[in-house]
Design a protein around this ligand. Structure first.
Ligand code: GUN
Ligand code: ZN
Length: 427
């Protein structure tokens, strides 16, 4: 069997740094990863693994960083072409930019074009897995899964369901949302590295009947994830209050229809009441922090203290977010936490973008860390990828000081190599 040995500074985690502190991170300054048949066979000192695998093909990266690939836990791949659209807040932004663009996905050829463009952009930025919303069109789900399958990627996606408050042409019904979601789930879930995610867009664009139909579907397929949006912007929350007068709060609109339990993944979750927090923790739900989106669309500052209590992943929220890369997303997470009086450590930021997101998506037994048996999705980071970053790292005395300028100022130039399922992508 062919073995690849990837040498560099190897960063992995033995625990959650939000719970265990810095000792959760493990740095091997002269480390190595052995990759065989798409999986990590061993992680250790370079000298030891060279001796153990004398016939291996060696990729020596010197002092570059070797890490698990980034996992972007909440994206809308159909919004690729409208990223960085000016001047609107959430509801106007959806109506002005998002919905007209999502209409174009009634054309399967356009869906395939954008799916391929999107995966090319994120892989070049070191993101090896995403969890994406598609559009209401089943062909938009086929497009992203087909594109991911061709690249051997682990990828999560689902048909976005909406049966009200969206333009004609972007609405389904409770029954068609159930039927189409079920057919797509049966077609794709568990094929190669693909997972179907039940995806009501958010309470304002679904009737209670549609949420109930998707709750029923989730009961039939309990091992699937369910993703939606929660408490992103105050105007949105006021609208939910008008649309659901019987509900105690925003979370209750989901809870009442069987859409709250472990495996629920809520994007944003910024403006939570005490009851919502307590129920989210009790239910074991996942939250996804989308910091560039939350500043770009003007939504608010996520409370990272929640990471001590429940699963929190990190995401770009493409195209509400302003960047395809997880590096500026980590930088924004740092800045948002600073505005709330908390300084996130580089070990915590990096963990959020890898294992934190994997845990939020319940796939941390497969991806998001470097350990024997894990799938070999990994990236090699150049820690001096621009003159500005290089000069800022010159006095660094440990990996964290070396890494932080790349987190704050890095972009696709920092991504030296990307491996997906044990195969190196062509540069
Ligand atoms: N809430 C409902 N749909 C969306 C969306 O597409 N993007 C963001 N940021 N929030 C949403
Ligand atoms: Zn979103």
């Amino acid at each position: 069997m062919m073995t690849d040995l990837i040498l560099g500074q190897v960063l992995s985690y033995s625990a959650d740094p939000f719970a265990e502190g810095l000792s959760a991170a493990r740095v091997l300054t002269h480390g190595a990863i052995a990759v065989e048949a798409g999986r990590i066979a061993a992680v250790g000192e370079a000298a030891d693994l060279r001796a153990r695998y004398p016939m291996a093909r060696v990729h020596d990266h010197g002092s570059r960083l070797v890490s698990a690939g980034f996992i972007d836990a909440h994206v809308h791949y159909p919004q690729t072409a409208i990223i960085a659209s000016w001047g609107k807040r959430l509801i106007d932004w959806l109506n002005t930019y998002t919905f007209p663009e999502e209409m174009r996905f009634s054309d399967p050829a356009y869906a395939a074009e954008i799916a391929n463009r999107y995966l090319g952009l994120v892989l070049a930025r070191g993101t090896t897995t995403v969890c994406s919303y598609a559009t209401i069109h089943p062909a938009s789900v086929d497009a992203i899964f087909t594109a991911a399958q061709a690249r051997g990627m682990r990828l999560f996606a689902g048909k976005t369901c909406m049966d009200r408050n969206a333009p004609q042409g972007l609405r389904d019904t409770p029954q068609s949302a159930y039927d189409d979601s079920k057919a797509l789930l049966e077609k794709w879930h568990g094929q190669d590295r693909l997972s179907y995610v039940i995806t009501p867009r958010f309470s304002p664009t679904s009737t209670p009947e549609q949420l109930a139909a998707l709750g029923a579907l989730w009961r039939e397929y309990p091992d699937c994830l369910m993703q939606t949006h929660l408490s992103e912007q105050t105007d949105e929350i006021a609208w939910v209050r008008d649309l659901y007068p019987q509900s105690r709060d925003y979370l209750d609109t989901y809870e009442a229809q069987g859409l709250l339990r472990e495996g629920a993944v809520y994007g944003h979750a910024i403006h939570l009441t005490d009851r919502e927090r307590a129920r989210l923790v009790e239910a074991g739900a996942s939250l996804v922090h989308c910091p560039t989106s939350n500043t770009f669309i003007g939504s608010g500052l996520f409370d990272m203290q929640l990471a001590a209590q429940l699963r929190v992943g990190l995401a770009t929220d493409t195209g509400g977010g302003s960047n395809f890369s997880m590096l500026p997303t980590m930088a924004a997470a740092y800045e948002v936490a600073q505005l709330r009086g908390q300084s996130l450590h580089p070990a915590q930021l990096w963990w959020l973008a890898t294992q934190g997101s994997a845990r939020a998506l319940h796939c941390d037994d497969k991806i998001g860390n470097l350990a024997p048996g894990m799938e070999a999705d990994l990236i090699v980071i150049d820690l001096a990828s621009t003159p500005a970053i290089e000069q800022a790292t010159r006095r660094a005395t440990d990996l964290w000081q070396q890494l932080f300028p790349t987190i704050m100022m890095g972009d696709d130039r920092a991504i030296a190599e990307v491996w997906v399922g044990g195969k190196r992508l062509a540069a």
